[in-house]
Ligand binder design. Structure first.
Ligand code: IMP
Length: 175
């Protein structure tokens, strides 16, 4: 698929995303009331979603980041995942909320959940902006989901194609 130099078409506008992010934050705030939260962003795709989400969560929380890179072509993940940046702090005994941009095959998240479990957190939940259930290879329980989308390659709001388009303020389609 030659996607370079294409202009993405808007699938989810900035306004629609912002409204949904506030709704998700409200649910998270209610569910974690009285608890301390450790929010773990999966780099790089989650950085814009996480920045918007945490600013709407009025709770004591820490932010940490995990860099994951999944081998494969620009648009297909292989399920072979490498940690490119580990967490800065321990998560044992902590309530961890993992922030992802998109759950596609589910392979990256399945690997991450296994990895986190060895660090003995008090709990682990997942917040993902997007999900493409048609592509799932492993079932993943998404506790807080922004939008279910059809099987199309999307960019913007943190998501890239070949390292580009992360700075688009909306989610756009390339195909
Ligand atoms: P999974 O392991 O197949 O679930 O893939 C997860 C990762 O693949 C995401 O965190 C994204 O980085 C990337 N990805 C999957 N689908 C898309 C897409 O449509 N656009 C951009 N990146 C995607």
């Amino acid at each position: 698929m030659d996607l370079k130099n294409k202009r993405p078409a808007v699938m989810l506008s900035t306004e629609i995303i912002q409204k949904r992010v506030v709704e998700m934050a409200t649910l998270i705030r209610q569910d974690y009331a009285g608890q301390e939260l450790t929010v773990v962003g999966v780099l790089k795709g989650s950085f814009i979603f996480m920045a918007d989400l945490v600013r709407e969560i009025d709770l004591p929380l820490r932010c940490d980041f995990l860099g994951l890179s999944s081998y494969g072509s620009a648009t297909e993940s292989s399920g072979v995942v490498a940690i490119t940046k580990d967490l800065d702090g321990p998560v044992d005994g902590r309530h961890v909320l993992v922030i992802e941009d998109i759950i596609d095959t589910g392979l990256t998240m399945a690997y991450l959940l296994q990895n986190l479990a060895t660090r003995r957190p008090a709990s682990v939940k997942i917040a993902s902006l997007l999900s493409k259930p048609a592509r799932r290879q492993i079932e993943v329980k998404i506790d807080y989901l922004g939008f279910t989308i059809e099987d199309r390659f999307v960019v913007g709001y943190g998501l890239d194609f070949d390292g580009q388009y992360r700075n688009l303020p909306f989610i756009g389609t390339m195909d």
